[in-house]
Design a binder for this molecule. Structure first.
Ligand code: GDP
Length: 452
């Protein structure tokens, strides 16, 4: 079962458990837990973790409510959704570490380790692009002299991504190549130097020895282990073996794009208490996402992820517009104009599928209609927003509740229906609620709210 299905299953479990109004609260919780456990196990999540989740969730839900019946269905739904959200976050959380923050005008070295075929070389380039887009001068070093063609592969990727690179066709000592590459880029005042090391098909003593030797020479600020998510539960064993031999700080989990075993890999890694900092979601150089348990679970449940969206937004648009939106969100506000600006930026950011999942409702739309159709729909949304007056755009959207005739006018002006206008207002309201709860979370350490 792919992860997107897991999200749907979980939401369905919550909804169907609540739809049976005949049941008492304890039965509702029981039904929910059963469905949830089945869905998680089918997604290959570690059985020990699922069992813990079940017990914790039961305790929270029954503890909170005692045996009493809830006051309203909507309230129960919110309570259950929040408890499920919290428990799922706990499931994948392990002292979550932020991606390494390189220092400007300093040399920062990141070293990659992992087995052959895990996606190491591809991920090196992705990370180089990630930091380059954030304004750093980035260089790539190929210290893989073991595999014939490794340097050519890195070179091709680097050229495509416009990242300077270093490697050798003749030198057979990877430690020497690494040292030369670092020296060259250091001299040229590169700020982030990413070193790709060689892999093996199996965890071998020779590989671990080589990693330690290279590490001693390049003195990395961060060592990242690349792990193929499609190995599922075996991820625990592999990350443990690597951790014992080469001390790495974080994990980059590749091939998370719709793979059945992704849930297994994440929970297995979580069980080893090693932070996952990035996930690879495709073969393209932009298919890299910062991993945070909250964002991951938010997306999984289709409730959007305002924090990741903001990060992307800041990367592509450093304009006054973006600053104004940021300021609004920090104050817990999110106007229709903010919504419009984000839509426009998203259209520029591409690939749409990566971004859409961060907006409530958009991820589902993308799954249902595909990228091209979703893009058309987004354009239509912009037309709707274009038809609004300045006063309307700068409002929090509630202005339309008191004046439905204005909704009719906007629909007419944009060649859409009142229903379509209403849908946009609903999405913007969700974002506004998320902005409010993000602010509350920043002030008091809470959670993003779930749409009701
Ligand atoms: P290395 O041997 O560890 O350096 O692995 P490569 O970087 O050569 O990657 C092996 C294969 O996995 C290549 O075909 C990559 O395109 C593919 N790959 C890497 N990362 C991802 C990912 O996140 N998603 C998918 N679908 N493929 C990936």
């Amino acid at each position: 079962m792919v992860l997107a299905d897991l999200g749907k299953r979980i939401n369905n479990a919550v909804n169907s458990a609540l739809s049976n109004t005949e049941d008492d609260y304890a039965t509702t919780v029981d039904v929910l837990l059963k469905t949830l456990v089945t869905a998680l196990l089918e997604a290959d999540v570690n059985i020990k973790l699922v069992s813990n989740l079940r017990n914790n969730l039961k305790e929270t839900l029954m503890g909170n409510k005692g045996t009493g019946k809830s006051t309203s269905n909507a309230q129960t739904k919110k309570l259950i959704q929040k408890a499920v959200f919290d428990e799922l976050c706990n499931l994948v959380d392990c002292e979550s570490e932020q991606p390494f923050q390189p220092k400007k005008r300093k040399t920062n070295v990141i070293m990659f380790v992992g087995l052959q075929g895990s996606g190491k070389t591809t991920s090196c380039t992705k990370l180089a692009v990630y930091y380059s887009r954030r304004g750093f001068k980035v260089g790539l070093v190929c210290a893989d002299t073991f595999r014939a063609g490794a340097f050519d592969q890195l070179k091709q990727n680097a050229i495509k991504a416009h990242i300077p690179f270093y490697g050798s066709y003749t030198e057979t000592d990877p430690v020497k190549v690494a040292a030369e590459g670092i020296a060259k880029f250091k001299k040229e005042k590169f700020e982030v130097i990413i070193v790709d090391t060689s892999g093996r098909h199996h965890q071998e003593q020779a590989l671990f020895q080589e990693m330690v030797e290279i590490s001693n020479v390049v003195k990395p600020n961060q060592t990242i282990m690349v792990l193929d998510a499609s190995i599922g539960q075996a991820a625990e064993q592999q990350s443990k073996a690597f951790k014992e031999s080469a001390d790495f700080g974080a994990i980059l989990l590749t091939k998370m794009d719709g793979h059945a075993k992704g849930g297994g890999a994440i929970s297995a890694v979580a069980a080893t208490n090693t932070p996952i900092i990035f996930i690879g979601t495709g073969e393209h150089i932009h298919d890299l996402e910062k991993f945070s348990p909250k964002s991951f679970i938010s997306k999984l449940l289709g409730i959007g992820d305002i924090e990741s969206l903001l990060e992307q937004f800041q990367t592509v648009s450093n304009t006054d517009d973006a600053k104004a939106t940021m300021e609004n969100i920090q104050q817990g506000k999110f106007t229709l104009l903010d919504f419009k600006k984000q839509m426009q930026t998203i259209m520029k950011m591409g690939p749409l599928s990566n971004i859409a999942s961060m907006i409530p409702g958009m991820g589902n739309m993308m799954n249902e209609v595909g990228e091209e159709e979703a893009s058309k729909k987004m354009k239509k949304m912009i037309y709707v927003l274009d038809s609004m007056t300045k006063q309307e755009l700068e409002s929090d959207g509630r202005i339309f509740i008191d004046a439905p005739t204005r909704m009719v006018r906007v629909a007419r002006g944009s060649g859409t229906s009142v229903f379509e206008v209403e849908m946009i207002l609903m999405q913007q309201q969700m974002m506004a609620r998320m902005a409010q709860s993000t602010r509350a979370a920043q002030q008091g350490g809470g959670m993003p709210s779930m749409p009701g």
